[in-house]
Design a protein around this ligand. Structure first.
Ligand code: OFO
Length: 160
């Protein structure tokens, strides 16, 4: 594996762990504001992000590469409402999609076919995550202003 690809994958490990950390911040905000269904949704999301990070860790090891963990920034999303929290999640997913696409573009440039195949799972997953986040934002925008609407959305999120 080329050094450049290994470096980008290493950075992605940190970004995936940061995603988990950000989702934990969002989980905490929902919990602290009595929206335990949403909190449960984002807690699961945080767990999934750790799995994503570990997938990349394993891939690096399977290809004889060292894993260098980076420092995690403290997530400080400015959250005043459920809509802010859901928007922060969507923005972050878009950022991660762009990051995965950057690695994919580098793998194309370096003729790293194995990494291209490896990243396909992440490309599909990001499509799914963006879709879910967009749907969540659309529902919270439409119904979340009304207490009963928000209550029902929280119940729905909690059934994940
Ligand atoms: Fe790792 O999938 Fe979201 O960010």
């Amino acid at each position: 594996m080329k050094e450049k690809i290994a470096a980008l994958l290493n950075e992605q490990v940190t970004k995936e762990f940061y995603s988990a950390y950000l989702y934990l911040a969002i989980t905490n905000w929902f919990d602290e504001n009595g929206l335990t269904g949403f909190a449960g949704w984002y807690k699961k999301q945080a767990e999934e992000e750790q799995e994503h990070a570990m997938k990349i860790v394993e891939y690096l090891h399977d290809n004889g590469q060292a894993v260098v963990l980076g420092a995690l920034d403290a997530p400080r999303p400015e959250l005043q409402s459920a809509k802010d929290a859901v928007s922060a999640a969507l923005d972050h997913e878009r950022y991660i999609t762009a990051s995965i696409e950057t690695i994919y573009a580098a793998a194309l440039e370096e003729n790293d076919y194995r990494t291209q195949v490896f990243l396909q799972w992440f490309i599909s997953e990001q499509g799914e995550e963006e879709k879910n986040a967009e749907e969540m934002l659309s529902k919270v925008t439409r119904y979340g202003e009304h207490p009963m609407g928000l209550y029902n959305l929280d119940k729905e999120a909690g059934s994940r």
